[in-house]
Design a protein around this ligand. Structure first.
Ligand SMILES: Cc1ncc(COP(=O)(O)O)c(C=O)c1O
Length: 367
């Protein structure tokens, strides 16, 4: 701790209390939240809350065991069917969090003799998943398709090749060029592992993610080399993660993925909320329309808008000043982002009103 403190890197937990979104209370004062991942404003939606309560009344507060030892209720199975339909895949599995999904799936997919090609700005959970894998790792610069192709060419002798990317980069807010990545995978007989934590619910006409988004734009994507995972803790307002694809692939996960096998199944209230969110998200396009209206006002390409400050101290200072003005925006520092790129990571939500957005923009523009 001493070392961390001396480097000015100490981080502490902040106790916040959510009121009606996007308002929360910090140290007795109301602030407008500009850093949650609740992009569609569903986390406190009364329908999700009631679905969680109903699942608790019907099934209890806990699932009592791991999925393979009796914790996989009919509720989990129904949820997986609905998620597969939402993702337009043959099957899906629910995992306990995005972090657990990435550290469990990557090691069973990419193994000894394989090569992983990992985008340099991938999320920590993807990096940890790659570290746990026995495959060789090649990190290529962010979105650099030429570098990726060069590395793929060199790895022609590998048993399998895995390209690991995020759909929407959690700290950059930019979007992965999925059609080009899939084309490279096809050309070099590679597989693509796509983390849609920040794309699910937000991208595509019905919020089904990047495949839908690019197909909406007229691309015709071949997805037989694509493993898609995403989370329910962000736009879907709940908790947990999914992996979606062929049934045979899901069988392999059930039989080998340690972070799926050796953990208690998600509790029924969480499943209740997920199911309600999966029902609402494709239907309520109005939420996405409003969200994208705010994104355009910030000239963003996703609801994640990074404002790069550079220095860690300056970032903290601006965070404090914004908080005094009534806006809660978290400052993000190394090791979460590379050194010298400390930033404010502001996020937009359908729960923001025009007044919130205009007021916040005014404060930012004033400097
Ligand atoms: C890209 C990405 N993947 C995975 C995760 C982890 O998901 P979860 O919060 O469900 O563990 C996050 C953030 O939390 C993320 O930003």
């Amino acid at each position: 701790m001493k070392e961390i403190e001396e480097r000015g890197r100490k981080r502490s937990l902040l106790s916040v209390h959510p009121l009606s979104p996007p308002i929360l209370v910090i140290e007795g004062q109301e602030k407008i939240n500009f850093c949650s991942n609740d992009y569609l404003g569903l986390a406190q939606d009364p329908r999700l809350v009631e679905a969680a309560c109903q699942a608790a009344r019907d099934y209890g507060a806990g699932s009592k065991a791991s999925c393979l030892v009796g914790g996989h209720y009919d509720l989990h199975e129904a949820c997986e069917r609905e998620v597969a339909a939402f993702k337009n895949t043959e099957a899906a599995l629910i995992l306990n969090s995005g972090y657990q999904a990435n550290i469990g799936l990557l090691p069973i997919l990419a193994t000894r003799g394989d090569v992983i090609f990992s985008d340099a700005l991938n999320h920590a959970s993807l990096i940890d998943g790659c570290r746990l894998s026995r495959a060789k790792k090649e990190v290529y610069s962010h979105h650099d398709l030429e570098a990726l192709e060069g590395a793929l060419k060199k790895a022609a002798q590998a048993r399998k090749r895995w390209i690991v990317v995020e759909g929407v980069y959690s700290m950059e807010g930019d979007v992965t060029p999925l059609p080009e990545i899939l084309a490279l995978a096809e050309k070099y007989e590679a597989y693509v592992y796509l983390d849609e934590a920040h794309a699910t619910g937000v991208f595509g006409k019905e919020g089904r993610g990047l495949v839908e988004y690019f197909e909406d734009q007229g691309h015709s994507l071949k997805t037989d080399r694509l493993w898609q995972m995403g989370t329910f803790g962000k736009a879907l307002g709940s908790f947990g993660a999914y992996v979606a694809g062929d049934r045979g692939w899901m069988d392999y996960v059930v039989n080998t993925c340690r972070s799926f096998i050796f953990t208690t199944a998600l509790p029924p209230p969480v499943l209740g909320a997920i199911r309600k969110a999966v029902e609402i998200v494709p239907q309520e396009s109005e939420r996405r329309r409003r969200l994208w209206q705010w994104v355009k006002m910030f000239q963003g390409v996703s609801p994640i808008i990074p404002i790069i400050i550079g220095s860690e101290q300056a970032t903290l200072h601006i965070h404090e000043r914004l908080l005094e003005e009534g806006f809660f925006v978290q400052g993000i520092r190394p090791p979460t982002v590379p050194r010298g790129t400390s930033r404010l990571r502001l996020t937009l939500s359908a729960s923001h009103t025009q007044e919130h957005i205009v007021a916040f923009k005014k404060v930012l523009e004033r400097g």
